[in-house]
Design a protein around this ligand. Sequence first.
Ligand code: HEM
Length: 387
Amino acid sequence: MALFDDAYTADPHPVLARLRGSGPVHRVRSAAGIPFWLVTRWDEARQVLTDASLSKRQPVDQLPAPLRAALATQMLLRDPPDHTRLRRLVSAAFTGRRVQALEPEIVRITDRLLDGLATEAEPDLIGRFAVPLPFAVICELLGVPEEDRGPFRAWSDVIITGGSGPAGMAEAMAEIVAYFRDLIARKAARPAEDLLSALLDVLDDGDDLVGMALLLLVAGHETTANLIGNAVYLLSRWPDQRDRLRDDPDLLPALVEEVLRLASPAATSTYRVTTRPTTIGATTIPAGEQVLVSLLAVNRDPERFAAADTLDLERGDAGHLAFGHGVHFCLGAPLARLEARVALGRLLGRFPDLRPAVPAEDLRWRSGLLMHGLEALPVRLTGATGP
Ligand code: HEM
């Protein structure tokens, strides 16, 4: 079956719930007609994400030459022991201390964006807040200078939204790869207190570095934006939980975990390929087939979570797989959590009456298999009456 048609903009959860109800593994097709296997239950997802016989290596030979080297070396597309070596090196630079040190800057960026929101009658929370915030944070983390951020933002928008078609995408990728090469050369000449400079100390190969910078940009941008937008959406659907949070702001970390579970910002894992026949549940998948875990489906598995479709700030169970599981567990999870806490804490603190300016039926989810977030979320910041 085709999982979603090209133009779907509805919440994908009902389709995924039906699939999950009928079994843990399904042979499906993407909107482009490409067949793959989709895992929809929590136990089987953990099996797939930890099975070393499933490979992350993907063919990149069809890509234009300048991109091939950079993409082929991305950590997310490598298997142990190669992945282990790279991950260890990168973890030595992308430390908890470095993430914590970003907090004052995240607060500053957030407050500046909130000042901008306050000037508009019905701002789009996604375009004006949830998307620019992680972008600015990644620039800060990597050390992209202020004056370069305009073009950098334009290329990264093309890469992340894929909106300009394959040719536009290839062009933007080539631009950004060239930009990173130049930036890395500048950092090598004059090291600064940023992650790229720190990575230069541990990764001596230019392709590794460009691949890592690209991965951080792509992996940490739309995902974090979705987390922030989905949180505001879910709170509007569960006003009792919104009241609980207002009474007890210490529940903010619990909110972030529940949003990750209930509206997982990365809708799926990335692809894995079977290297030998692999039995999942009652299904044996032949060698050489693509497998995806539906994080949206497994994080609402009723066998794993009681009242799985409900936002519950008192759940006290962070067993979701929204950041993946096993050796490829999200490297940026501490940063994503910090950003979401700062963003939501300051947003709701400053605009306690914030609510969507349109009825829920009018909201559109972005199409595409891999991400789960709203296209736009117009909001009212003050006043008591809503739609
Ligand atoms: C890997 C989700 C934010 C960097 C992953 C994976 C998931 C994920 C599910 C594993 C994919 C798989 O195994 O197929 C998310 C979500 C985020 C988020 C939901 C925000 C809410 C970030 C941020 C960064 C980041 C902010 C860095 C700036 C990475 C990297 C990997 C990764 C480098 C690859 C790790 C590896 O291969 O060892 N992420 N991510 N992510 N993420 Fe995130």
